[in-house]
Design a protein around this ligand. Structure first.
Ligand SMILES: NC(=O)C1=CN([C@@H]2O[C@H](COP(=O)(O)OP(=O)(O)OC[C@H]3O[C@@H](n4cnc5c(N)ncnc54)[C@H](O)[C@@H]3O)[C@@H](O)[C@H]2O)C=CC1
Ligand SMILES: O=C(O)[C@@H]1CCC=N1
Length: 272
């Protein structure tokens, strides 16, 4: 029997997960979505054949798994609305919201719930995401396996044992694609400044990032070794790397990820 899954919130992240599940043969009829925006609801229905509802309770009723995919700001209201149903049906609850802990989610849902916190990222849209997962003590092995299998539809998963570390996961891989896009923007602008046509600069940058990421993932060698291989002594790469190092590139990346981790902590505290 296909697992029935209800998505609460039918925005970007839910769409990525639904697309991943549909492409892996999950029956669309077993996927329910609650989404208040008419055009998004219609898009989900026509693109994937899922059952879409305007109300959270209508989508969630009877589903074995609830995926909470609304913005953190509305999560409390959504959970409190669903609490009576959660108490009656005890689904496995998976939240993808940044900065909201399993303790808070469980409390808002009335207590005693199996709650898994998942932090995917936007490459999930293309099946190239990665997700950090944390399960509360009420989640049994079957719930853990179900959660990992669901998120596996959009890329590999990594279990995190200490929930406090989920803020670091968010800072590294949740927000991480934006750092790579920033690098792409900066490299493209720099290439244009050195006289390249914009289309040429963009093509060169895009394929370079893809090629480098492919090397990182397919060759069993650390980034440091791969970097050394590009860097001829006294050559062009060395000139660039020395400029990055002199400008404090590593310390800047460290501060940026520390700031994102701290923002995650503040978001959690704000919802306490
Ligand atoms: N965008 C990203 O890179 C990542 C986002 N996340 C998390 O995923 C969650 C969703 O983010 P996105 O999909 O990017 O946002 P989004 O804004 O695209 O989707 C949220 C959807 O929830 C709907 N919604 C609002 N109130 C609702 C209600 N009462 N019942 C049902 N649906 C309701 C909205 O209409 C919207 O379509 C957030 O909590 C975010 O922290 C997690 C990892 C990465
Ligand atoms: O920026 C954010 O808060 C969300 C969480 C990870 C990616 N986007």
């Amino acid at each position: 029997m296909t697992l029935s899954i209800a998505f609460i919130g039918g925005g970007n992240m839910a769409r990525s997960l639904i697309g991943g599940l549909a492409s892996r043969g999950h029956k669309p009829a077993a996927l329910h979505v609650a989404e208040p925006v008419d055009s998004l609801r219609e898009g989900l229905q026509s693109d994937f054949g899922v059952a879409a509802y305007g109300s959270a309770a209508a989508a969630a009723d009877g589903a074995a798994v609830w995926v909470l995919a609304v913005k953190p700001q509305v999560m409390r209201a959504v959970c409190e609305e669903l609490a009576p149903l959660a108490q009656a049906q005890h689904p496995l609850v998976i939240s993808v919201a940044a900065g909201i802990g399993t303790r808070q989610l469980d409390q808002w849902l009335g207590g005693g719930q199996a709650v898994v916190r998942a932090m995917p990222n936007t490459p999930a849209l293309l099946g190239a995401g990665i997700t950090g997962l944390f399960a509360n003590p009420a989640t049994d092995d079957a719930g853990r396996e179900r959660s990992a299998a669901l998120l596996h539809a959009v890329g590999p998963t990594v279990w995190i044992d200490d929930e406090a570390r989920m803020d670091a996961v968010t800072a590294v891989s949740g927000s991480g694609p934006a750092y790579v896009f920033l690098l792409a923007e900066a490299m493209t602008a720099a290439g244009i400044r050195q006289g390249l046509a914009p289309e040429a600069a963009q093509a060169l940058v895009t394929q370079t990032l893809l090629g480098a990421a492919t090397m990182l993932s397919q060759l069993d060698e650390p980034a440091e070794v791969l970097r050394a291989r590009v860097t001829s002594p006294g050559g062009t790469t060395q000139a660039a790397i020395e400029t990055f190092e002199a400008g404090g590139f590593r310390a800047l990346v460290d501060s940026a990820i520390a700031a994102a981790t701290e923002r995650g902590r503040q978001l959690s505290a704000a919802h306490d």
